[in-house]
Ligand binder design. Structure first.
Ligand SMILES: NC(=O)C1=CN([C@@H]2O[C@H](COP(=O)(O)OP(=O)(O)OC[C@H]3O[C@@H](n4cnc5c(N)ncnc54)[C@H](O)[C@@H]3O)[C@@H](O)[C@H]2O)C=CC1
Ligand SMILES: CC(=O)C(C)=O
Length: 264
């Protein structure tokens, strides 16, 4: 879908300065796509390094500094990608944050901040990409970051889990509305991936539960049937499939890629 015989397809990956987003960006470049990478200004240096890595592998790349919770910035980001790389065929709405706190202590401002990135940010990226793809013609692939907690929450990750649950609903609704334009919309649901996000979760869970650093990730890792914590490349391999024509007959799905923690 949206493949051109002559020019490489173009992907945009949000939150691509590190972790899962970085790995997805590098994998899509290895698959032959030109890749725009996004992150917030405080991660600009890491983001430029990802773009340089893509370019040194012989692909076109561009960087876009933008906060995905800002509607104007997201529209401008998609415009910039089209200007720099010619079009947009694949949107990966990956950026997200995690808060670890008992529900009874979460303030309204903390709740809104998390939702503004994890849910509104995904909504803004999905819709800005869809508008562009519809205007271009030829369909496209829209892919979002969900999580295993989008099916079964983790305690102390209440608003985070709710945001991922909502991404699953949004993904289904978008799939229904945009199928007529040849756009598929799916999401990936990682389990426990060894990134900065899980370092933070581990530290905060340990504080809340009176555990030593590293104990929380050890405890949750016991749930993984394949016997190891995930690496970002595990997720990137699956996103590569979702971004490829091989997944053209799949839409509205939020699929576990978790080493066997949850079974839906
Ligand atoms: N690490 C894990 O175990 C899991 C992660 N996920 C999801 O995968 C996605 C990526 O997670 P990780 O790579 O682990 O996280 P990470 O914390 O390592 O990286 C997230 C990236 O998003 C960027 N970001 C944060 N706020 C942003 C904003 N407003 N606009 C643009 N960029 C922003 C950060 O600067 C960072 O580069 C997230 O949506 C996360 O919720 C889902 C399930 C498990
Ligand atoms: C960060 C996250 O989504 C999990 C399940 O650990």
């Amino acid at each position: 879908m949206a493949a051109s015989a002559t020019t490489p397809r173009v992907a945009l990956v949000t939150g691509a300065g590190q972790g899962i987003g970085r790995s997805i960006a590098l994998r899509l470049a290895a698959d032959g796509l030109d890749v725009a990478v996004n992150d917030i200004p405080s991660n600009a240096e890491a983001l430029r390094a990802v773009a340089a890595e893509i370019e040194s592998a012989g692909h076109r790349a561009t960087t876009v500094l933008a906060d995905v919770s800002d509607p104007v910035a997201v529209d401008e980001m998609v415009e910039q990608v089209a200007t720099d790389l010619g079009k947009l065929d694949v949107m990966i709405a990956n950026a997200g944050i995690a808060h670890v706190k008992p529900l009874l202590e979460v303030t309204p401002d903390e709740f809104d901040h998390l939702m503004s990135i994890n849910l509104r940010g995904v909504h803004l990226c999905y819709t800005a990409a869809a508008k562009r793809m519809i205007a271009q013609g030829g369909g496209g692939k829209i892919i979002g970051a969900c999580s295993i907690v989008g099916y079964r929450p983790f305690p102390l990750l209440g608003p985070y889990s709710a945001s991922k649950w909502a991404v699953r609903g949004l993904t289904q609704a978008a799939a229904m509305e945009w199928a007529q334009h040849g756009i598929t919309v799916n999401a990936y649901c990682p389990g426990i991936v060894g990134t900065a996000m899980w370092d933070h979760i581990d530290e905060k869970l340990a504080e809340n539960e009176g555990l030593r650093k590293g104990a929380a990730i050890d405890k949750y890792s016991e749930l993984i049937h394949l016997g190891r914590v995930s690496v970002p490349e595990d997720v990137a391999k699956f996103v590569s499939y979702l971004a490829s024509p091989d997944s053209d007959y799949m839409t509205g799905q939020s699929v576990m890629i978790d080493g066997g923690i949850q079974f839906s």
